[in-house]
Design a protein around this ligand. Structure first.
Ligand code: XMP
Length: 508
């Protein structure tokens, strides 16, 4: 496998994903993990990620120099290059000006295994304020740009360093370079595939669980569904799923989930109709954070009540995925809370269960691949994310059943049209928002006075920043006609053209 030491770069997960896409297992660990622990992972290669710090400043993240003496090939990227250079006796200085963006890479050592099948001139992505001014002993420059030593190698010790970011797509041959490191230098074998993963995980679950019972909160989302499929394959009816219909779900959601996972895959699912409870608790509450708290709290109540009806359950399964794991071990400082995200299914820790998290090692696209391989239909696997509080935060202001029903209809039309037009997969997240605003309209000869709804569609890679989708006018026109004509209660539709930041994707 490849171990990636995380120095806080926003790209560290990307490096791991690139390597895994090559069929090689890669894991991200914090830079301060002790050397013996790193070595216990038996890496065939180690990648040092980029990071925001400056190596020459007091307290900058560093590693045990002995890492370079383990006979394991090392690739330092950006901060990783600077750190390697400094630790091994070279010099790193502040550059006159920050370099950010595309740059032309000139390869100096055309025989380097790192540049196999890479043209002598190619485009790479730069993002740095510091640079190497003197290489460490034993290193040779293997590529440059107009402004810096772009890559260096110590061939004797199998250490490679690059100032640019091969992991981002703007580095045209970046993937090839990473491939060269993984296969030519580190001599990894391809043995990471979702087929293997399913087989191994099912075996592990069987061993761990034995004849005990497992409880899982099934939300219908990708993660909990794929987790359920894996566990179900391993232990069948020893898995008990609880699906809570909060009354704040998308149109026909409960029915879909029961049809697919209950009827078709024969899972043992208890569907709890809790609509009345949730709506009662939400009555008259307009503040977004209060609504989130109420919904989160009520969910736990319902779940606990159901769980307490069951006897001898030892395990609680969760759909935790690898980005959550990396995030929780993150070397970055805490960030401000804009919205108190809670996941329905995020359960209290005082429940006395052992945790079962079969997706802990997987990235989202890998979770999807596992789900597909296990036969979950595409339309359930390729879905956009849906927030835990559901329609509770898409109905602005206070929530009631009438509004939820109106919103469900409108949202279903928008999604159906996106799918029909082949646009659903092109955008990252799309939905309808219902405003607590009524306006005057005319239908036939009648005056109407009804709600205003908003179409929201965002394009994003990481949901941290996003732009509004440039949906075609005639498409918007079709959606508008359908929603206003077919959904009683909406007579005006608008399209949200705000990006994040400064707006957010959801309206609350
Ligand atoms: P924002 O609105 O913060 O959303 O730009 C970013 C992503 O997070 C989702 N989101 C939530 N997910 N509970 C969740 O599970 C929440 O309370 C919540 N609020 C926002 C949102 O749908 C988008 O994908």
């Amino acid at each position: 496998s490849i171990v990636i030491l995380d120095f806080g770069s926003q790209y560290n997960q990307l490096i791991a994903r690139r390597v895994r896409e090559m069929g090689v297992y890669a894991e991200v660990v914090p830079y301060f993990e002790p050397l013996d622990k790193i070595m216990a992972r038996k890496p065939k290669g180690i990648i040092l990620s980029g990071g925001p710090a400056s190596v020459y400043l007091e307290g900058a993240p560093t590693i045990d120099k002995a890492l370079y003496d383990q006979g394991i090939p090392v690739l330092g990227i950006c901060y990783g290059m600077q750190l390697t250079t400094q630790l091994l006796g070279g010099t790193v200085e502040r550059a006159d000006k920050q370099e950010f963006g595309k740059a032309e890479l000139n390869i100096d050592d055309k025989e380097s295994p790192f540049y196999e099948a890479v043209p002598d001139l190619n485009q790479v992505w730069m993002s740095h304020g510091d640079h190497v001014t003197k290489l460490a002993d034993g290193f040779v420059q293997i590529a440059h740009t107009d402004s810096c030593i772009a890559a260096a190698a110590n061939y004797e010790r199998n250490i490679f360093c690059v100032q640019y970011h091969p992991e981002v797509t703007h580095s045209t041959f970046g993937t090839q370079m990473l491939k060269n490191f993984v296969f030519e230098v580190a001599k990894c074998e391809k043995n990471w595939s979702m087929g293997n993963y399913i087989e191994q995980t099912v075996k592990d679950i069987k061993e761990k669980v034995g004849n005990k019972k497992v409880l899982l909160g099934l939300s219908g989302g990708v993660d909990s569904s794929v987790a359920a499929m894996l566990i179900h394959k391993a232990i069948g009816d020893q898995l008990i799923c609880i699906f809570v219909d909060t009354g704040l779900l998308r149109k026909d959601e409960a029915k879909n989930v029961m049809d697919i996972y209950g009827e078709h895959f024969h899972m043992n699912i208890k569907c709890v109709d809790a609509e009345a409870r949730f709506l009662e608790k939400l009555k008259g509450v307009a503040d977004p954070e209060s609504k989130r708290k109420i919904i989160g709290h009520e969910f736990i109540e319902v779940f606990n009540e159901e769980a307490s009806k069951l006897t001898d359950v030892d395990f609680l399964a969760q759909g935790t995925i690898y980005p959550d794991v990396i995030e929780s071990q993150s070397v970055k400082g805490p960030s401000v809370t804009i919205k108190s995200h809670h996941n329905v299914g995020g359960l209290p820790e005082d429940m006395h269960f052992q945790l079962l998290e079969p997706l802990r090692e997987l990235f989202k696209d890998e979770v999807r691949a596992v789900g597909r391989e296990m036969g979950i239909p595409d339309h359930m696997i390729d879905r956009h994310p849906f927030p835990g509080p559901g329609l509770g935060i898409r109905i602005l202001g206070d929530v009631d059943k009438e509004k939820a029903d109106i919103l469900r209809e409108a949202d279903a039309i928008f999604i159906e049209e996106l799918r029909n037009a082949g646009l659903y997969q092109k955008v990252s997240q799309a939905f309808v928002v219902l405003l607590p605003v009524k306006s005057v309209g005319v239908m036939g000869d009648e005056r109407t006075y009804e709600y205003t709804a908003v179409l929201r569609s965002a394009d994003t890679i990481d949901f941290m920043t996003a732009t509004w989708s440039r949906l075609p006018y005639d498409f918007l026109d079709r959606v508008s006609n359908r929603i206003i004509n077919e959904v009683k209660g909406i007579n005006r539709l608008t399209y949200d053209i705000s990006s994040k930041p400064p707006a957010t994707i959801e309206w609350e």
